[in-house]
Design a protein around this ligand. Structure first.
Ligand code: NOJ
Ligand code: CA
Length: 671
């Protein structure tokens, strides 16, 4: 580790400029009008003068009328290891600038903003020490942070709306930046000068989620999701905010080859992480989404002892680690969307014997994956959480999928006084609730895969048992989404949602025609090869083979790729792509020598020229290629797949065609 420190205090300059280690990104912090910052890439403006500050209920704001009092700069270069992830070693190389602002007429009023400038972008957070008026309980009523986009002319943005009923599960919009209203982060856009930018946050802990609201003149302003009483954030004195992040790159894939969000999170304090198990799973799941089964009891009940054993046998035969079972616990009968009060997390339906099932599975090396659907009634869940985890731990369960199906703003909590309050999924209350769940789970050596989650902000570094989450439209929308996910969905997702962290997308639909093919049906709007490519493109340390076993048994040749593909990586590189168009990743398995490539495209067919320079120069590999057949297209011929093998080396280039909404998946087996 290299740390050098330069301290200047006090300063009288009206601005201070710091740069990234490679000098390409510069940040200038100033107090010319009020505290502000601006960012350039290769001397071209990315963000112009953008305000900084916080407003409170109890005292006047920290912002206007404040000037720079002191500046401290530190260079940092270190490497740290992830227990699981896209890469084993992560480099944290940045220059830090800590700027203290003091009120012009009251030296006791102050706040600091800590900037970190990396080669792939900038992060900053507020640090507010105890001071008169801010010495106990504090209510934040406005965060003044701005992101003033340098030039919105000829820009393009990819976004989903915030504060809507459907949380994060929207089809992405592509538009000029100027037509954006209020959006979730990661918010990705391309400027007229070619720079790619994504605004997000890191280490969202005990604070409201930041969404962005467009103001006059291309200024995006922090818009924090409120509590049910209208307050944005409730803190006690001496606090810091999450990091506000601006990833900046000359090209689209630069956004993907970035560890900025993880680097701004705290290291874990868990001494033993050996119980956190990346892995592949199947589950009693898709059958409910395509209405072949039900979560609730009755003739079509999916979660029976016999059916679960059948899945466990299938899992064992094809090398899967777990079987997810939804609908085994009491509470699903009737309108489960609106009946969160009646979920019981320890009582099984009569036709489900958890002991028999888990013993059957463990004897074959397959674990049950637990499920806790809350339907947004988080108090009912909290009251049972410890018992629920204890039961699962007793039966060898190491992973639980949680669910918070409720409309935005409709999470039900019963507060200390017994009053029912309705909260947002991304307000401070739920930010804390989701983390509480993950921390409690750790006590039982259980990892959590959150559905209807709070967005990811890199907390897996601190809490590595937060193993995955949903937080966007996943495969389930292809069962009933009306409309399902369009062909451009994944090439947008890769550059937006996926910047925040792993996603439990649940790929691997082999039967696209469960309601018939065609363009207007609920079904995956992809080819089969694209379904395989997702296992490499959409990163998650847990990956589901989400279709019914019978559909895999009908096509074991293509299924082989899902069996072979790892979920944990030594190294990952985005090697080609444009937002919304196409994307390709190369990843090397952890603890082995094989490489894997996944590439996928939107509705436009295209040929990708794949230089194999990521391979070891001294080795020969067998490339096992799964690609679209020559007459494949997603609308009426999605199954046309060509599986071929050839010997290749690092000096080779493969030219591989992708069909309309197609893709390819390759295993490079080291010989
Ligand atoms: C929504 C989740 O995303 C889905 O995977 C699950 O099956 C249902 N909720 C039921 O919990
Ligand atoms: Ca969902």
């Amino acid at each position: 580790m290299f740390i050098a420190s330069v301290i200047y205090a006090p300063v009288f300059a009206k601005s201070i400029t710091g740069s990234s280690p490679d000098g390409k990104i510069e940040v200038t912090i100033a107090d010319t009008h009020s505290p502000s910052y601006s960012i350039t890439l290769n001397k071209l403006p990315i963000l112009t003068e953008s305000k900084l500050g916080l407003r409170f209920k109890q005292v006047s704001e920290l912002g206007e009328g404040f000037s720079i009092q002191a500046v401290k700069q530190v260079a940092h270069h270190s490497t740290w290891q992830q227990p699981w992830g896209e890469r084993k070693q992560v480099v944290d190389h940045h220059n830090e600038i800590l700027v203290t602002f003091v009120a012009n007429h009251d030296a006791k009023r102050l706040f600091a903003v800590r900037f970190r400038v990396f080669n792939d972008g900038v992060g900053f957070r507020y640090e507010v020490p105890k001071q008169p008026g801010l010495d106990s309980h504090i209510d934040i009523t406005n965060e003044l942070t701005e992101f003033a986009i340098a030039d919105t002319k000829d820009s393009t943005a990819w976004w989903i709306p915030s504060r809507g009923w459907n949380r994060y599960e929207y089809i992405y919009q592509t538009s000029a930046l100027s037509s954006v209203d209020r959006v979730h982060t990661p918010f990705t856009f391309k400027l007229g000068n070619g720079a790619h930018v994504s605004i997000h946050e890191a280490a969202l802990v005990d604070y409201a989620s930041m969404t962005l609201q467009q103001m006059r003149g291309g200024v995006l302003k922090a818009d924090l999701t409120p509590w049910s009483d209208g307050i944005l954030v409730k803190k006690t004195a001496d606090f810091t905010t999450p990091w506000r992040t601006i990833q900046v790159s000359e090209d689209a894939i630069g956004l993907l080859n970035s560890d900025l969000i993880l680097n701004l999170n705290e290291p874990t304090t868990l001494a033993d992480t050996s119980w956190i198990e990346p892995g592949k799973y199947v589950g009693i799941w898709w059958g409910m989404h395509i209405a072949e089964n039900t979560w609730g009891s009755g003739e079509k009940h999916g979660a029976t002892t016999a059916e679960t054993k059948r899945y466990m046998d299938f899992a064992a035969e094809y090398g899967f680690d777990g079987v997810l079972v939804e609908g085994w616990n009491i509470g699903w009968d009737g309108d489960w969307y609106n009946n969160g009060d009646v979920f019981n997390f320890t009582q099984a339906y009569d036709d489900f014997d958890i002991k028999e099932i888990t013993q059957h599975g463990l004897a074959k090396g397959v674990r049950l994956i637990g499920h806790h659907e809350t339907s947004g009634n988080v108090t009912n869940y909290r009251n049972q959480m410890d018992d629920a985890f204890a039961l699962y731990q007793k039966h060898g369960v190491r992973q639980v999928k949680t669910g918070y199906v409720a409309d935005g703003g409709n999470i039900k909590q019963i507060d200390d006084q017994g009053i029912v309050r309705k909260e947002w999924h991304d307000g401070q209350f739920m930010v804390n609730e989701y983390l509480h769940n993950v921390k409690q789970a750790a006590k039982y050596q259980i990892s959590i895969n959150t559905h209807e989650p709070i967005k990811d902000t890199g907390l897996r570094r601190t809490y590595p048992n937060w193993i995955s989450r949903e937080g966007a439209r996943g495969q389930e929308y292809n069962a009933w989404g009306s409309p399902p996910n369009p062909p451009e969905h994944l090439p947008i997702l890769a550059f937006t949602r996926m910047l925040s962290g792993p996603m439990d997308f649940t790929p691997g639909t082999f039967d696209m025609g469960f309601k018939g093919l065609g363009a207007d049906t609920d079904r995956p709007q992809t080819t089969l090869a694209k379904q395989l490519a997702m296992y490499v493109v959409i990163y998650s340390p847990i990956q589901m083979a989400s279709d019914l076993p019978r559909n895999y048994e009908k096509n074991l040749e293509a299924f082989q790729f899902i069996q072979d593909v790892p979920v944990d990586w030594h190294e990952s590189k985005a090697i080609a792509g444009e937002v919304g168009e196409y994307v390709a990743f190369a990843r090397q398995e952890r603890g082995g020598e094989d490489w894997f490539v996944g590439a996928l495209t939107n509705e436009d067919p295209r040929k990708l020229s794949l230089a194999l320079d990521f391979l070891d120069k001294n080795k020969t590999y067998e490339a096992q290629i799964y690609r679209d057949g020559d007459s494949a297209n997603w609308i009426n011929n999605p199954y046309d797949i060509l599986i071929e093998k050839k010997h290749v080396q690092a000096s080779d280039t493969l030219k591989i065609p992708m069909a309309s909404s197609g893709g390819f998946a390759i295993r490079f087996k080291a010989l």
